[in-house]
Design a protein around this ligand. Structure first.
Ligand code: ZN
Length: 240
């Protein structure tokens, strides 16, 4: 992550920051909401209201990501780790934690709470949308936020290290083998395979003229690089 970040606020002693790259994805989300979701579902809406609704929905979406990262952070602090900050960037959000969990159990608890918090938010927005079924301006954003939080929960559970699912996977291997470095190597190798699959699937999408595949390729490359650097970090810590 680049050093160019903007501080938003502090909560529970954790600084919430925006990386400069985040503005790209924010703009993309607002643009997509405005030109597809609200244009299709609210045909009579004025352009101003459409844009305001898109911006508010996008802010709630990224607040959901912060909520997810805060859930990780609260447990990490409880487990005795130091959370430096939460940062939003072009590929989502990350809680920057100074150290690795000390036990497989701690790793499991910290990792699982993120997707659990997204499931909780999904349920919240689902109930919200059903309560305002007759108010399109609340119903449609509520339904979108329900869907996106559900996707966040399940996407993060994909066992590609260093995503949450990959960390849960490592905690199991770590628990069984009792070997931190070995379990990290296994999880990282598996993570790299998943990352390459993202990239290949993205390439396939582009070849079948679906340009959104480019996004999958970028995510795949990012995850591959992240898996690689987490192994290096683990090796440095153990003096390899
Ligand atoms: Zn997470």
């Amino acid at each position: 992550m680049t050093p160019k970040s903007f501080k938003l606020f502090k909560i529970l002693g954790i600084s919430i920051e925006l990386d400069a790259s985040w503005f790209i994805i924010f703009f993309f989300v607002v643009w997509t909401l405005s030109t597809s979701l609200y244009k299709l579902n609210l045909p009579g809406v004025t352009l101003n209201i459409n844009i305001i609704l898109s911006i508010v929905t996008a802010i709630l979406f990224f607040s959901s990501v912060i909520f997810h990262e805060l859930a990780h952070s609260v447990i990490a602090i409880k487990e005795g780790l130091n959370v430096k900050k939460i940062i939003l960037f072009v590929f989502g959000g990350a809680a920057l934690i100074d150290d690795e969990p000390k036990t497989p159990g701690a790793e499991f608890r910290i990792s699982v709470l993120g997707p659990a918090s997204s499931l909780f938010l999904a349920l919240f927005f689902f109930i919200f949308s059903q309560m305002f079924e007759n108010y399109q301006y609340l119903y449609i954003p509520g339904l979108f936020l329900f869907n996106i939080n559900l996707i966040l929960a399940f996407f993060n559970l994909i066992p590609g290290f260093p995503m949450d699912g990959g960390r849960i996977f490592r905690s199991f291997v770590w628990y069984i083998s009792g070997n931190y470095l070995k379990s990290t190597k296994i999880a990282v190798t598996f993570g790299k395979i998943i990352a390459l699959n993202f990239a290949l699937f993205g390439l396939y999408s582009i070849l079948t003229t679906d340009l959104s595949g480019l996004w999958l390729i970028l995510i795949g490359l990012f995850l591959y690089q992240a898996a690689d650097s987490s192994l290096k970090q683990a090796q440095i810590k153990l003096g390899y």
